[in-house]
Design a protein around this ligand. Structure first.
Ligand SMILES: Cc1cc2nc3c(=O)[nH]c(=O)nc-3n(C[C@H](O)[C@H](O)[C@H](O)COP(=O)(O)O)c2cc1C
Length: 152
């Protein structure tokens, strides 16, 4: 409930920055920010020192962790570095979530984030498409409950 794992390569500039600062934030990319979100994925700070400035985005220092929060994106998950996992088969960064900040327009009752307001992008690895998260189609821990009663 309070952890997040990033499966990012050890040689990325992002990874080196996280190992130095021991903290990071994860922004949810949304439809209006598709261009900078994609740019963050295709440019590397290892070869482009002004990568962030070129994105046209704005960042402020997180009040909770030693990392920037991009103010253009609707949701930011603010994390302390919990663990780096490096095995022959995977490299992952695990963060402990200490705060989530969000635009008021995507926050509903009881401070819950409303996915249908976020317009989050999903990356499709089959055809390299970006898709917008759309309508709610069901309720988790509920959609399959009738099968729990089914006779075998
Ligand atoms: C849509 C998309 C998804 C990506 N997903 C990952 C990923 O899951 N793990 C990873 O290590 N790199 C991923 N990449 C590649 C990195 O974002 C890319 O190597 C980038 O240049 C790293 O930047 P940095 O060196 O400034 O951190 C992805 C790129 C794109 C465009």
């Amino acid at each position: 409930m309070d952890k997040i794992a990033l499966f990012i390569d050890a040689d990325h500039k992002t990874t080196q920055n996280i190992m130095e600062s021991k903290a990071f934030t994860v922004s949810i990319a949304d439809v209006p920010n598709m261009a900078p979100a994609d740019f963050f994925g295709i440019a590397t700070g290892n070869k482009m020192p002004d990568k962030f400035a070129r994105s046209g985005c704005t960042a402020v220092r997180s009040e909770f962790v030693n990392a920037p929060v991009i103010t253009d994106f609707p949701v930011a998950i603010e994390c302390e570095l919990a663990e780096e996992i490096n095995t022959p088969n995977m490299h992952a960064i695990v963060g402990k979530i200490v705060n989530v900040s969000a635009d008021e327009r995507v926050v509903g009752d009881k401070d819950k984030i409303l996915p249908d307001q976020v317009q989050a992008l999903i990356f499709d690895q089959y055809c390299s498409g970006y898709y917008a998260v759309g309508e709610k189609v069901g309720q988790a821990w509920n959609a399959g409950k009738d099968l729990m009663k089914a006779e075998s």
